[in-house]
Design a protein around this ligand. Structure first.
Ligand code: CP3
Length: 344
């Protein structure tokens, strides 16, 4: 089996630039909204392997995408650790038992794979449904990003409690991050055993840290994850994505990961000059381009493609997730443009 997506990550020849899109299965698709309604709520959708498989396949059936991504969420691990995840309308994810003290951290279980069997069941169900059409990406959140949700009790603009712990009780935060890294390692390894062909770590909030704190509190633990996954699965590509991580790319590339995800605030040619041949690069169209006309989308796709030098090592993606109010027709335009203008 030879897939452009895997080949690009491994710097092997590709027939064209592969593309997948973060949040490709989601609310911009009417068929997603219908299945979500049938499931009742978001977590019930994640926990039902047939429905999770159905929504994973929806964008694959509709567009000529080069990879599927497991339909799940990064907050499955803290939920399995007992924090009580729920989604409140308009406010996003919430935890009923957020982390407050060192004692809370000490009491957290590490290997929660038994409670996450629904994720591994979804992976193997999707793998069978894909029937090798395209590879399957598994994922988790980064320890730092998971810790922010666990300590804040949900989304945050300031990360006040997490940063308070970072400065006042760094040892407690390091213990939490280290436990999370160990949980993520066994979680990703089990996703791979269940059928994931590559894995990605989403570090949505690494970019809110100063350089040294990013290295110590975020990248350090992602590097541990890369090591722990590579020890079990040396040939499975790993991508690290720190949103707003443009200033840290050489350090990210030094972790031994195979790919780095970049957002639209850095230019591909600049990134390529910095990281050289060490890693593949995933990105990085501004997600807001998806609101523009087909002509503008085409023009912006050509710009991104022309910034990358070489015939492999680029995986086209948006710089962050596709937003719920995008017209699905524009996704078609995006995928077709990337393939058409990158034919070798
Ligand atoms: O990319 C994909 O298609 C795979 C599925 C996926 C989801 N969430 C589905 C989802 C992935 C990879 C995630 C990751 C995730 N979840 C992140 C990292 C994202 C990144 O790009 O940096 C974060 C921060 C979360 C936590 C979370 N889950 C948030 C903030 C939300 C949005 C809440 C809202 O009301 O908008 C979710 C819910 C969620 N996860 C949705 C989807 C499709 C929307 C749920 C719905 O209402 O149907």
């Amino acid at each position: 089996m030879s897939f452009d997506y895997i080949n690009a990550l491994q710097k092997k020849p590709t027939s064209r630039t592969p593309i997948w899109v973060m949040r490709q299965a989601g609310r911009y698709l009417p068929e997603y909204r219908a299945t979500r309604k049938q499931a009742g709520d978001f977590m019930s959708l994640c926990k039902n392997k047939e429905l999770a498989c159905e929504v994973t396949m929806q964008p694959i059936d509709r567009f000529d995408l080069d990879a599927a991504i497991l339909f799940s969420d990064i907050l499955t691990i803290p939920d399995a650790m007992g924090l009580g995840l729920y989604f409140s309308k308009g406010e996003g994810p919430k935890f009923s038992n957020p982390i407050k003290t060192l004692k809370d951290i000490e009491n957290l279980p590490i290997d929660v794979n038994d409670d996450l069997s629904y994720v591994f069941d979804a992976v193997s169900t999707i793998k069978t449904a894909l029937n090798n059409r395209v590879p399957l990406i598994g994922f988790s959140g980064s320890p730092w990003t998971l810790a922010t949700y666990m300590i804040e009790g949900g989304s945050s603009k300031t990360f006040a409690n997490t940063k308070k712990m970072l400065f006042n009780e760094p040892k407690a935060l390091h213990l939490l991050l280290d436990k999370l890294a160990d949980s993520v390692i066994v979680y990703l390894n089990q996703q791979i055993l269940s059928g994931a062909d590559s894995v990605m770590v989403f570090d949505t909030w690494g970019g809110v840290l100063s350089k040294q704190n990013y290295l110590d509190f975020s990248l350090n633990y992602m590097a541990k994850i890369v090591k722990g996954v590579k020890a079990q699965h040396p040939n499975t590509p790993i991508t690290l994505f720190s949103k707003n991580g443009g200033k840290h790319l050489t350090h990210i590339a030094d972790t031994g990961c195979d790919g780095i995800g970049i957002d639209w605030t850095v230019e591909l040619n600049v990134v390529q000059a910095e990281v050289g041949d060490k890693v593949a690069i995933q990105g990085n169209l501004d997600p807001a381009v998806m609101y523009a006309t087909p002509e503008i989308i085409e023009q912006e796709v050509k710009k991104v493609l022309s910034q990358f030098k070489g015939n492999t090592g680029h995986i086209f993606n948006l710089g962050h997730g596709i937003t719920p109010d995008v017209d699905p027709e524009n996704m078609q335009v995006l995928v077709d443009c990337v393939h058409q203008f990158s034919k070798r």
